[in-house]
Design a protein around this ligand. Structure first.
Ligand SMILES: [Zn+2]
Length: 166
């Protein structure tokens, strides 16, 4: 089994293990760089793609479903591209407790960056973000100040820390 991250018919297919590493590296660097609520929300949404909780091979998504803010789409997009670029430097990897395989993770990050670059505000699936926010429970990190994991510095999702769970 594997997970597919797509934009319309274009996409990346990753093994379950690679997907977990992919989410780990993005969550770690994204948690460090996220300043605004929009930015934290995008990272928490990614961290929620936690196979240890929701099931192996079930976390594929279309990037149109991410909680983009359509009014600030270009800023959101710049932020995500910056996160991917920073993830590629490996500076946050020392907090992971394992060494990601560069030959596997770099092409995946590059493809993710391409997909996001191609996306426009018109592509945003507004209902998906609305449903996601609407489904948040009162103790959801998105609604209670975006707590971070003390060990990894990663923003917590409703399932806890992706890096601790991985
Ligand atoms: Zn952690």
């Amino acid at each position: 089994m594997s997970n597919i991250i797509s934009l319309n018919s274009d996409g990346i297919c990753m093994s379950n293990g690679l997907t977990a590493v992919f989410i780990d590296v993005l969550a770690l660097v994204g948690s460090r760089l996220a300043q605004t609520e929009d930015e934290k929300r995008l990272i928490v949404w990614l961290a929620e793609k936690d196979q240890s909780v929701v099931g192996i091979g079930t976390v594929g998504f279309d990037i149109r479903e991410m909680p983009w803010n359509t009014e600030r789409f270009e800023e959101n997009k710049r932020f995500m591209l910056k996160v991917i670029e920073a993830a590629e430097t490996g500076t946050d990897w020392n907090r992971l407790g394992y060494q990601p395989n560069e030959e596997m993770i770099f092409p995946a990050l590059k493809k993710f960056s391409e997909l996001i670059s191609q996306m426009t505000a018109d592509d945003v699936d507004k209902n998906a973000a609305k449903e996601w926010l609407g489904a948040a429970e009162s103790d959801d990190p998105v609604l209670c100040g975006f707590p971070k994991c003390e060990r990894h510095g990663a923003l917590l999702s409703c399932f806890g820390c992706h890096a601790c769970n991985n």
